[in-house]
Write a protein that binds this ligand. Structure first.
Ligand code: HEM
Length: 285
């Protein structure tokens, strides 16, 4: 395996280089904010939260590469999938290390907390899963396992992302706005794979289906949110569903999931239309 900013033919890839540099951004920013005392009175806890957030974001970005490269007809996006996935693992390790440091490196306490608190148990299972994926992400391991077995193994990424959402949701207590958006995006990511398999043509999903998936994922988000408020606080589900149609409680997660899904479909439509654009006439600047 060569340096991360070169493509398969060994040439410098501006895309890989840009992504490689960007992946360090959130960690360096958090480190700087920590050093400068910008993270508030519970700086360590704030750093745990920030790195945790970027772990789940990178995990989701890695899972979004397959759908996006197909919808945007951008095959080179695949070049950065491994890099983003391994970065998610590195951030997860940092998140766990910061938690251990916050517990004064008392490993017995850390272990007992992991056993006793279900959201930490779920978190550690996700980290171990990511470790398995990172360890088998090298070219040599892909060759050794064979493409089919490697692909089957790497499907545990879907379970890991699901566990990450549950971990995020459980530790959020009252503030479930962003975890609900993440759950909606997770529904979109998994929905894409299911639809591509069952209604796609040779695994490809038409843009109509991509737009339809945005609506399905948003509906699941709205119903999931309503079910949560019903079960946790006994709130009438109709009130929660109605909140999606007004701005009285701010923008709810479902419209955000819908907007993201439709934006992806629109980007796909623009991309499909681009090659049809007339070539610039000679003489025009
Ligand atoms: C892939 C695995 C993991 C992911 C994706 C992940 C992600 C997250 C996210 C998104 C948050 C919330 C951030 C926020 O609210 O701003 C969080 C919080 C947290 N996570 Fe994780 N995490 C993972 C594994 C772990 C592990 C293994 C531990 C420790 C054993 C852990 C301990 C914590 C703690 C202590 C918090 C803060 C809880 C609080 O302040 O009440 N996480 N994590």
């Amino acid at each position: 395996m060569g340096v991360p900013w070169r493509d398969f033919s060994g040439r410098l890839s501006p895309l890989k280089l840009a992504v490689f540099v960007a992946l360090f951004g959130p960690a360096l920013w958090t480190l700087m904010a920590f050093q400068l005392g910008w993270l508030g009175p519970r700086a360590f806890n704030e750093a745990i939260h920030r790195i945790g957030l970027w772990t789940i974001r990178f995990l989701f970005i890695a899972l979004a590469i397959t759908p996006l490269r197909q919808i945007l007809q951008w095959p080179r996006l695949l070049l950065v999938r491994r890099m983003v996935g391994v970065t998610a693992f590195a951030y997860a390790c940092t998140h766990l290390t910061l938690y251990t440091a916050d517990q004064m490196f008392d490993l017995i306490k850390v272990a007992s907390e992991i056993v006793l608190r279900i959201y930490l148990t779920i978190g550690i299972i996700a980290v171990l899963g990511l470790a398995a994926l990172a360890a088998t992400s090298t070219d040599a391991m892909i060759k050794r396992l064979g493409a089919r077995r490697w692909q089957a193994l790497h499907r545990i990424g879907y379970v890991i992302a699901g566990l990450a959402v549950v971990h995020y949701w459980m530790q959020s207590k009252l503030e479930i706005w962003e975890p609900t958006i993440m759950a909606g995006i997770y529904a979109w990511l998994m929905g894409f794979r299911l639809l591509a398999r069952f209604v796609g043509v040779r695994g490809r999903l038409s843009l109509r289906w991509v737009a339809g998936l945005a609506v399905i994922a948003a509906a699941l988000t709205a119903f999931g949110e309503a079910a949560y408020f019903r079960l946790a606080y006994g709130v009438d589900p109709m009130r929660v569903l109605d909140a999606n149609l007004s701005l009285a409680t701010g923008i709810r997660p479902a419209p955000i999931v819908l907007a993201l899904g439709l934006a992806v479909a629109a980007a796909g439509a623009i991309r499909a239309w681009l090659p049809l654009m007339p070539k610039r006439r000679p003489g025009f600047a």
